[in-house]
Design a protein. Structure first.
Length: 541
């Protein structure tokens, strides 16, 4: 073609060009519609999404709540919002109750993703004990509930002294579930400036958690510092003791099932005793330990009790780690194992000693190194007898022949499933089928909860037993009565095909596995809440 020549396009060519420009747009719209349809199908049948409405699964999952920061110790915690009722904030770390409610920091409930298809395809294998599961409310068969799966088809369940017993043996949690269910009790990073206003044993009495030197003229420095220091390279074993009474005391500190999430009255024990809390004897003590100087046989020691036994986790200056147990009646001490741990020069290691579900675990840097032997076990009868004792749990830190520092010292408690649930029966009214009864000194009759101590529950081949992690404030399998059943289950109950306190397989949706949207960060300085709280997106255990 000659330079400078012009060309002309036929009308057909122009139409084809215009059509080619329109087709990608239409194709994109179609693709978005197709994607939207597939997302709806995915949400409805495969990965349904739910929002947590209440605090029955706190601290694992939260319903509508506000985030409080205690002005007495600086500890941050969640406070549940129950409809229009705003509970009085009480710090779970120091029990300070003088702070106003943080109304500006309100958050919606966690939003979770559920495996909605696994249970339908493999109902016998899809669900495991300690899974967090979504199911239909027994009251109406429509509302979605979320709890932790405790009992599986064909098992007998009994809650004794806060633990789950299955077919006469204590059920130990999976490592992931146990880590999720260790609840912060006292962090020495958050020292209280003054005593709190609420103690569990006697409401209104002051409460002052702290570490205290056991013997005078000790090698321990001031325990009112966040870092605990021991300058005792030539000294024998000297200890610190965890205490909670406000006055000078030698009494061990109380450890109870207190939830900062709850309104105060939600913590009250429903067993007719008038008690506010139950004692927890499953405890974990942890600290970052840094050895500065010492003999090869110098050590730092963590110690705690469980009724008649005391347990010791030691880390030596030469890297040895030992787990020991002592019978408090006979004072006979036995070794439960030794391991080696490399201690980097000038650096700390995280040492923890925990007792849960009649298993003792010594861990270093989060990795279990030593555990109690299988011979450490109790019978259900002994566990029931111990549940009446309500002892304080001695928790201590010791050191000998070293110079050392302990930082980030923390006490956690295990979830404690309350079994003291009673429901008052009208005069002459029989209990619901399968529920035991109790009569008090006044001749009043009560129905025992489902699966609680003294009233075990046996599950059929298609029934499950579920509990909330927030045991004092959870309406779960323990409490479901005939009056709360919807018509879809009443007929099955009358035919003997359904047991109170259970979730039929047909009402189970599946396990929740991810918090995909935990809400927004606090409002900006100009009052806008737009930044998602992505740091709280997490797997559910």
């Amino acid at each position: 073609m000659a330079k400078g020549a012009t060309t002309s396009r036929s009308p057909g060519a122009a139409n084809r060009t215009s059509a080619s420009r329109r087709e990608p747009v239409l194709a994109q719209i179609g693709s978005f519609v197709e994607l939207f349809v597939w997302l709806l199908v995915l949400k409805q049948f495969f990965l349904p999404l739910f929002i947590i409405p209440t605090g029955s699964m706190a601290e694992t999952l939260a319903g509508q709540h506000t985030v409080q920061t205690c002005t007495n110790c600086g500890f941050e915690y969640k406070l549940g919002l129950h409809g229009t009722t705003w509970p009085e904030p009480i710090c779970p770390n120091c029990r300070w109750s003088g702070d106003p409610r943080s109304a500006h920091n309100s958050k919606a409930g966690d939003r979770v993703v559920v495996h909605g298809w696994v249970h339908d395809l493999w109902p016998d294998r899809a669900l495991r004990r300690w899974d967090v599961v979504v199911f239909k409310d027994p009251k109406d068969g429509q509302t979605n509930f979320i709890k932790r799966l405790i009992g599986l088809p064909g098992e007998q369940i009994e809650l004794i002294d806060g633990d789950v017993w299955v077919d006469g043996r204590v059920a130990r949690k999976s490592p992931q579930a146990q880590e999720a269910l260790w609840m912060p009790y006292y962090s020495h990073d958050h020292l209280p400036a003054r005593p709190g206003g609420f103690a569990g044993v006697a409401p209104g009495r002051s409460y002052h958690p702290r570490w205290q030197i056991v013997s005078p003229n000790s090698g321990w420095g001031d325990p009112r510092q966040r870092v605990l220091r021991f300058d005792g390279a030539g000294r024998d074993l000297e200890q610190l003791q965890f205490v909670t009474d406000p006055d000078p005391t030698t009494r061990d500190g109380e450890i109870i099932d207190f939830y900062g999430y709850n309104a105060l009255n939600a913590n009250r024990v429903a067993d007719g005793s008038g008690a506010w809390f139950e004692v927890v004897t499953d405890v974990r003590l942890a600290a970052d330990v840094r050895m500065l100087e010492g003999d090869a046989d110098g050590f730092v020691e963590l110690a705690l009790d469980k009724y008649t036994r005391r347990f010791f986790a030691r880390i030596y200056a030469d890297g040895r780690v030992t787990l020991e147990s002592e019978d408090l009646a006979t004072r006979v001490r036995e070794s439960w194992g030794t391991a080696e741990q490399r201690i980097p020069s000038g650096r700390s290691v995280r040492l923890s000693l925990g007792h849960a579900d009649y298993q003792v675990v010594l861990a270093v840097n989060g990795r279990p190194l030593l555990t109690s032997p299988d011979s450490y076990a109790v019978t259900p009868d002994l566990a029931r007898a111990r549940a009446e004792l309500r002892p304080r749990v001695p928790v201590r830190i010791g050191a000998a022949r070293v110079r050392a520092e302990l930082s980030h010292v923390r006490i956690d408690r295990d979830v404690h499933y309350r079994s003291g649930y009673l429901r008052r029966l009208p005069a002459g009214a029989p209990p619901d089928p399968g529920q035991g009864t109790l009569t008090d000194a006044m001749g009043r009759h009560y129905a025992l909860g489902n699966g609680v101590q003294g009233n075990p529950i046996s599950l059929d081949d298609d029934e499950y037993f579920v509990l909330g992690d927030n045991s004092p404030a959870s309406g779960d399998s323990r409490m479901w009565s005939r009056d709360e059943l919807g018509p879809h289950l009443v007929a099955a109950l009358e035919r003997g095909e359904y047991h109170l306190g259970t979730v039929p397989s047909s009402q189970m949706i599946g396990p929740a596995f991810l918090v995909y949207w935990p809400g927004f960060l606090p409002a900006t300085s100009w009052g806008v809440t737009i930044v998602p709280d992505a740091g709280r997106i997490r797997w559910i255990h």
